[in-house]
Design a protein around this ligand. Structure first.
Ligand SMILES: [Zn+2]
Ligand SMILES: [Zn+2]
Length: 179
């Protein structure tokens, strides 16, 4: 299980593109008979995209904080390492899947490929699941929870397998939950 592509890696990729851009600038201005010098061209090439990155990143985070700063979902996303700017960058700068960008976890490699409309991510293994509170088909996360038939409370299994054997008493309405 690993998380999003490091922002340093993304910045380095952007810097590399800037370097190539600066190199081409040096090359083509040379053809035109202009000599700005190799170092200024390359440094300018790198500084351009990185300056733009810093500027637009600051803007996106400011707008995010102003417009969504009170939204618990947005705060949770930021707290878990999400960044609306970096998570929105296209390949080749950011090569993460959309699930990984939003959920923060890399999807496990398995034989089963979840349908495209499964948008939630298992918080333990990163597999895509259909509903936010699903039992994970990959690692089983969530199968220690069951909904009380009587009152609808979500109850956690006190010991492994208790739903299958003795059943579990609902703390809310005292009915026995047994799967
Ligand atoms: Zn899982
Ligand atoms: Zn109940």
């Amino acid at each position: 299980m690993s998380t999003r592509t490091s922002r340093l890696v993304i910045v380095a990729r952007l810097g590399l593109v800037g370097f190539i851009g600066g190199f081409l600038l040096f090359y083509f201005t040379g053809i035109l008979g202009v000599n700005w010098g190799f170092i200024p061209c390359v440094l300018g090439g790198i500084a351009g995209p990185l300056g733009l990155l810093l500027f637009s990143w600051t803007g996106v985070r400011l707008i995010g904080a102003v417009c969504y700063g009170h939204d618990p979902a947005y705060r949770k996303y930021i707290a878990k390492g999400g960044d609306p700017y970096f998570d929105g960058l296209p390949p080749p700068f950011n090569t993460d899947s959309w699930t990984q960008r939003i959920g923060g976890l890399r999807e496990p490699v398995t034989d089963f490929i979840p349908p495209a409309h499964w948008r939630f991510q298992c918080p333990r293994c990163g597999a895509r699941v259909e509903h936010g509170n699903d039992t994970c088909w990959n690692c089983g996360h969530g199968n220690d929870l069951s909904q009380c038939h009587g009152c609808g409370t979500i109850v956690r299994e006190p010991s492994f397998g208790a739903f299958e054997t003795t059943g579990v008493i609902c703390p809310n309405c005292n009915s026995v939950i047994r799967n």
